[in-house]
Design a protein. Structure first.
Length: 432
């Protein structure tokens, strides 16, 4: 009976994709690479290891794993992503100049649409021995095709909200049939939720790989900062980073009030999604605020400038030059964005009250004062104004943040050991 119901579910799923797929050609986020996502052009080569990184955050996790993966035999890795931003991050980081292990070669592609016919064709062509799903990227047709092919399926840096668990539990037997071989979850709470769905024997806890990405060396990057010529040392730069659509109005109020209080402040505005650059340009123009696109800056900016970022991969560089920073995804119920990156640059970030996706960092980081929570935009303005007037000592902030994360690092090494354990017999059948 379960077999019949599962087949019926996939038949409906296939039908839904068949009806909706043509319209995705007109989607702002999915039209780019449409034929590639349909697996009709620019097909990637077969790969031993397939990593799926949904967007920018997961792409950085994939890069961290690949930099630390040291296979004993040559393997080919394919990293796929759903977004253009993720693609840009991966292509830039995994260029030929990236120092990877001598036995590892990489390629990047868009993740195929999850229509069963497309995904079956993609899995058969790529033929991965091991597939890595980063965080919570689980698609039914993808999992089913991987199961059919015999690929090992590993969820790495896994996270699952209570809300997501409730949705999965509407049909637990369906997901149980598609369950991954192993799950490394980033907290005990996430592990408990995965265990309810897939069984406790397949789940264990790991340290979040994002802790490993924090760099507390005297210079956060060996590469020169490409933004330094635009922002002289005396610039009072405030970063409004990773701003989501649902919080644009209160963040706009932060920017306007800061400009009113301190006209010399330079504002760096980073929308979380490139599609919102147009919306922000209208917001600024309607209020007669002079602004510039980051891509058009070719000289040092003047005091009071507003820079609307339309290029990716520069937020970390901007934090290194900032006087103060607000991290978005937090002034509306959006569950937060990464506030660890500014800490690595010596900046104590201000966030809003919504940060559920980062509770794994621990409440101690709030209690220590390394991260400040503002209940609304007015409180955020006050905290940012304090930082502008009395900037904290960057090296002291970095030292305290380093001490906080030191005992929480090591997740990428743990994940790489698991990946290699599954790759070894896949590459050499005599190893068991």
């Amino acid at each position: 009976m379960q077999e019949i119901s599962t087949k019926a579910a996939f038949a409906l799923y296939r039908l839904a994709w068949g009806m909706g797929l043509p319209f995705l050609q007109f989607s702002r986020r999915l039209s780019e690479g449409y034929r590639r996502r349909c697996f009709k052009s620019h097909l990637p080569k077969p790969a031993d290891l397939w990593m799926q990184a949904a967007s920018v955050g997961e792409s950085f996790l994939a890069i961290e794993l690949l930099k630390k993966l040291r296979p004993h035999r040559p393997i080919r890795a394919l990293v796929t992503t759903n977004t253009r931003q993720g693609m840009e991050v991966l292509e830039q980081a995994l260029s030929e100049s990236t120092p990877l292990g001598e036995n590892l070669s990489t390629a990047v592609a868009y993740f195929p649409f999850d229509k069963p016919d497309i995904m079956n064709r993609a899995v058969a062509h790529i033929a991965p021995r091991v597939t890595i799903l980063l965080e919570s990227e689980m698609w039914p047709a993808h999992l089913a095709a991987l199961k059919q092919s015999g690929s090992a399926i590993l969820v790495i840096n896994g996270r699952m909200t209570q809300r997501s668990l409730k949705k999965y539990c509407l049909w637990p037997s369906f997901w149980h049939r598609l369950r991954p071989d192993r799950v490394l979850a980033i907290s005990a709470q996430d592990a408990m939720r995965f265990s309810r769905l897939f069984g406790a024997k397949r789940v264990e806890v790991m340290s979040n790989i994002k802790f490993d990405r924090l760099d507390f060396d005297p210079e956060p990057s060996a590469e020169p900062n490409p933004l330094v010529s635009f922002f002289p040392p005396e610039t009072k730069l405030v970063i409004l980073g990773s701003i989501r659509g649902a919080e644009e109005k209160p963040v706009g109020e932060i920017m306007l009030e800061l400009q009113h209080r301190q006209p010399e402040v330079v504002t760096g505005l980073f929308p979380r999604h490139v599609e919102r650059v147009g919306g922000w340009s209208s917001f600024l123009s309607d209020r007669h605020i002079a602004w510039q696109l980051r891509s058009r800056i070719d000289r040092a900016v003047k005091p009071g400038a507003v820079i609307l970022w339309d290029t990716f991969g520069e937020l970390g560089h901007a934090y290194r030059l900032a006087t103060a920073a607000f991290v978005g995804g937090s002034l509306a119920p959006l569950r937060g964005q990464n506030f660890l990156e500014p800490l690595a640059s010596g900046i104590r970030p201000v966030i809003g009250p919504s940060w559920e996706d980062f509770h794994w960092v621990g409440n101690e980081i709030i209690e220590s004062g390394l991260v400040r929570i503002a209940q609304d935009w007015k409180e955020a303005v006050g905290l940012l104004a304090e930082d502008i007037a009395r900037p904290a000592a960057r090296q002291e902030i970095r030292r305290r943040a380093q001490a906080y994360v030191k005992d929480r690092q090591g997740g990428s090494a743990q994940a790489c050991r698991l990946i290699l354990n599954y790759l070894a017999p896949a590459i050499d059948p005599t190893i068991s």
